[in-house]
Unconditional design. Structure first.
Length: 159
């Protein structure tokens, strides 16, 4: 089974959303045989990736950074989407942290990078804004020699 993981920004600029969705669909539909998608289901890239992966027939493995992870969802709609996607997951992996800290996010991100055959990064190419951020997880995956597919568009700035 091929395993594809995701890391990405929680906020995707509106002008980039269709492009990201199209690229994710192309990537996920381009694989033959069984596919497992790994995501933490955070707002933005993680949820979009998981939704498209399920649409493409992949099994979904959710990597949950902490016991109180749901408290990190400020938007009720995003929390509802998280719960819906979690309910459709084939497997859950819990990092064992009580609280959603940068260290918990780093652990979840590195677990995904360690466990996948390819990492997809919805990433603007800028350094991470905190420990466990997208840029740091991309750098980690590259040190492992993992193929990383970056999805973004030049000239588009993140909020």
């Amino acid at each position: 089974m091929k395993r594809i993981g995701v890391t990405g920004h929680r906020t995707i600029p509106a002008e980039l959303l269709a492009h990201v969705g199209e690229r994710l669909r192309t990537l996920l539909r381009g694989h033959e045989g069984p596919l497992e998608a790994l995501s933490s289901l955070a707002d933005g890239a993680d949820q979009l990736f998981a939704d498209i992966a399920l649409e493409c027939g992949a099994d979904l493995t959710v990597v949950i950074p902490s016991e109180d992870y749901e408290q990190d969802f400020a938007d009720p709609e995003s929390l509802a989407r998280y719960r819906m996607l979690l309910g459709r997951a084939t497997q859950e992996v819990r990092m064992g942290f009580r609280h959603a800290t940068d260290e918990a996010y780093y652990a979840a991100g590195t677990f995904i990078a360690d466990s996948c055959d390819r990492l997809v990064a919805v990433w603007d190419g800028q350094p991470a804004r905190g420990h466990g951020g997208t840029g740091e997880i991309v750098a980690y995956a590259r040190t492992l020699g993992k193929p990383v597919t970056v999805i973004w568009r030049d000239g588009v700035l993140r909020d």
